[in-house]
Write a protein that binds this ligand. Structure first.
Ligand SMILES: [Zn+2]
Length: 208
């Protein structure tokens, strides 16, 4: 019942916006490369985690009971930057930040393909958890890619990249993303309605 309180949803949405502003300002002003990379990465994790908390609240699911998926969303978003090191074939930050090409996990085509594949699998197997995980993974990637897009645009390999997106567009996109997810998840736009499917019943009442 506590989760139904709109104030909590508003507080977390404001917190999400503030995390973007503070995290970006901090990482822009830090001169120490390692600390800057850590702050940047933690900001990615916090944005993804807060975004999934908002989705959880909107679904009237319990935040406490879903801490594992909230943490997973945050961790996955943070781990995306490992691809810099994989592509550089080096664990040195200086090598990882001096790549001539963008690293593979930064292609938005990757999460879109993965999400489509998981949705199709969930549809065939009527596995509702699989569909839920597909949205968590998509959130972790999209929140990360949208934030990075202020510098280098969104990259849809092999088709190319958009231009860098304006800072205010990124901010608005991050704030509305959980609400778009909630809409798409509860309206089952991409999957058929599964009988007795309980995950996304909008009137579900859950305790914190
Ligand atoms: Zn990145």
């Amino acid at each position: 019942m506590f989760n139904k309180n709109p104030i909590i949803k508003i507080i977390f949405t404001i917190l999400l916006g503030l995390t973007c502003l503070i995290g970006d300002r901090l990482s822009d002003n830090l001169t120490h490369a390692v600390i800057r990379a850590i702050v940047d990465n933690v900001t990615h994790a916090l944005i993804a985690g807060l975004s999934w908390i908002i989705v959880t609240l909107l679904l009237n699911h319990s935040v406490m009971r879903n801490l594992l998926e909230i943490t997973s969303c945050a961790l996955m978003s943070s781990l995306i930057d490992v691809d810099h090191f994989i592509q550089a074939k080096s664990w040195k930050l200086s090598d990882a930040t001096r790549l001539s090409k963008r690293a593979f996990l930064h292609s938005t085509t990757v999460p879109i393909l993965l999400w489509t594949l998981m949705l199709l699998t969930s549809k065939v197997s009527t596995n509702e958890k699989m569909e839920h995980y597909s949205w968590i993974i998509l959130m972790s990637f999209l929140s990360h890619h949208i934030r990075d897009a202020t510098r280098r645009g969104l990259w849809f390999a092999p088709f190319g990249s958009t231009r860098p997106i304006p800072y205010y567009v990124y901010n608005i996109a991050i704030i509305i993303l959980p609400y778009i997810f909630y809409y798409l998840m509860t309206h089952k736009i991409f999957t058929r309605k599964i009988p007795d499917y309980t995950l996304y019943q909008r009137e579900t009442v859950d305790s914190v």
